[in-house]
Design a binder for this molecule. Structure first.
Ligand code: AMP
Ligand code: MG
Length: 421
């Protein structure tokens, strides 16, 4: 038996970051920047107003109070997107909207709320070059957003290696970029195997089961940032399996499920060995002890890494979480793949039946005392997919721990932060 860490290390050694591609910024969400992004200009490009109000010379308003307002002559009306070329002279003001550049001469903005703007009747339009009463002194710089207050021209705003989240997509757009260079997403071929496995949508014959694995693994691939290619179901014959595998050879990785444990009809092993190299491991974990890893040879001499997952749906999902997710992240160029680990208090007795690390499906919630609590999601058989569906985390109970009593603390690996699903 090998540890989870050893299996993962051996697997990751096969993978590399993929080549960069250029694509529209929105399509690159979740991908990793392959280039350094330098700002070509200042943001904001000019000093501008953060409020709707009047651009003034602060000194003019020094004595202004509600009882004794200062009256200024309104010499312009400026909307965002336009520039007021003329200077604001002593005793003058320009009516100005949020985002509009500060006219020359002005050094403060008095918000509408501190003027008689709201008291004016419809016949006294403030836009007509008349006057405005200011009720409060403005300090120089008031309500002005400085040029380059966000980004300075020539500065690096995003380094290569950064993951593009919605904020980064916005930042790229704010410097006018429509396309960006990111590391390519891996295409991952997914193949279910087994004579009993039936495509959802088809009638279910006696003794058969629907294919839960290809859809759940494909969904995980998408959620981890890869592109799944669902290959269908290979029958337990050398011919069918060989043909299906040949269809997958242009993918960056192949994932199969089932046929890696000891079973009379498991032809998977023979085919895998004939098509490349393959190792069968027993990994010290529960669920998901059997695992295969190898590489197929392509006619043009490439090697396509192949991860052979166990057949039981929970084993296959947990194994893909532990081994497939890091592989996809490495191909994407992401630096960390670890999930957040919390300490949580278990509320029931957990028995670890043999010396394997127990990834129990659990729901982690925060108690009113602010601490985290973990509850197993019912029976933990590796075929019980509802236990996975009800979970938002996995317990990480060490190989060496036989029993955890209620009230004890354990590590839990958060799969997502939703509470009760
Ligand atoms: P095997 O590794 O072939 O011995 O399969 C282990 C268990 O997983 C068996 O009960 C299979 O029926 C089940 N199984 C295999 N493939 C799938 C699949 N695609 N969807 C659901 N269950 C499966
Ligand atoms: Mg089978």
């Amino acid at each position: 038996m090998i540890s989870v860490e050893e299996a993962r290390e051996r697997i990751l050694a096969f993978f590399q970051r993929l080549q960069p591609e250029r694509k529209p910024i929105l399509d690159a969400l979740g991908q990793v920047l392959a280039e350094e992004i330098v700002a070509p200009f200042d943001i904001p490009p000019l000093d501008n107003t953060g409020m709707d109000g009047y651009a003034v010379r602060a000194a003019d308003t020094a004595t202004a109070t509600e009882a004794a307002p200062v009256t200024l002559r309104v010499v312009g009306n400026l909307a965002a997107g336009y520039v007021h070329e003329a200077s604001v002279g002593p005793g003058q003001a320009v009516r100005i909207m949020t985002g509009a550049p500060i006219p020359p001469g002005a050094d403060a903005v008095v918000p509408f709320e501190e003027t008689d703007e709201v008291l004016r009747g419809p016949n006294q339009s403030p836009t007509g070059g008349d006057s405005v009463a200011v009720f409060r002194a403005a300090r120089p710089g008031a309500n002005i957003r400085a040029r380059a207050g966000d980004v300075s021209a020539g500065s690096t705003i995003l380094s290569a290696g950064r993951v593009l989240r919605p904020s980064e997509v916005g930042l790229l757009a704010s410097i006018g970029l429509s396309h960006v260079s990111v590391f390519r997403r891996p295409t991952v071929a997914v193949l279910s195997t087994g004579d009993e496995v039936t495509l959802p949508g088809e009638p279910l014959l006696p003794g058969r089961i629907y294919d839960a694995n290809a859809p759940s693994i494909a969904a995980l691939i998408t959620s981890f940032g890869g592109i799944p290619r669902v290959m269908g179901i290979a029958r337990d014959t050398v011919e069918d399996l060989t043909a299906k595998i040949h269809q997958a050879l242009d993918a960056d990785m192949l994932v199969t499920s089932a046929g890696v444990s000891r079973g009379d009809f498991d032809v998977v092993k023979d085919v895998l060995a004939a098509e490349g190299s393959i190792d069968f491991w027993t990994v010290r974990m529960r669920p998901g002890k059997p695992l295969a890893f190898g590489a197929f040879r392509t006619p043009d001499g490439r090697q396509v890494p192949h991860l052979g997952l166990p057949g039981n749906p929970v084993s296959s999902m947990v194994s893909f979480e532990l081994f497939g997710r890091p592989a996809i992240f490495k191909m994407l160029g992401r630096s960390g793949w670890e999930r957040p680990i919390l300490r949580a208090i278990v509320r029931q007795r957990v028995v670890n039946t043999d010396p394997r690390r127990f990834y129990g499906r659990c729901i982690v919630t925060q108690g009113e005392d602010g601490r985290w609590y973990a509850d197993l999601t019912g029976p933990q058989g590796s075929n019980i997919l509802t236990s996975m569906s009800a979970a938002n985390a996995l317990t990480v109970i060490p190989e060496t721990v036989e029993v955890v009593e209620p009230g004890e603390e354990i590590d839990v690996m958060m799969l997502d932060w939703q509470h009760a699903p």
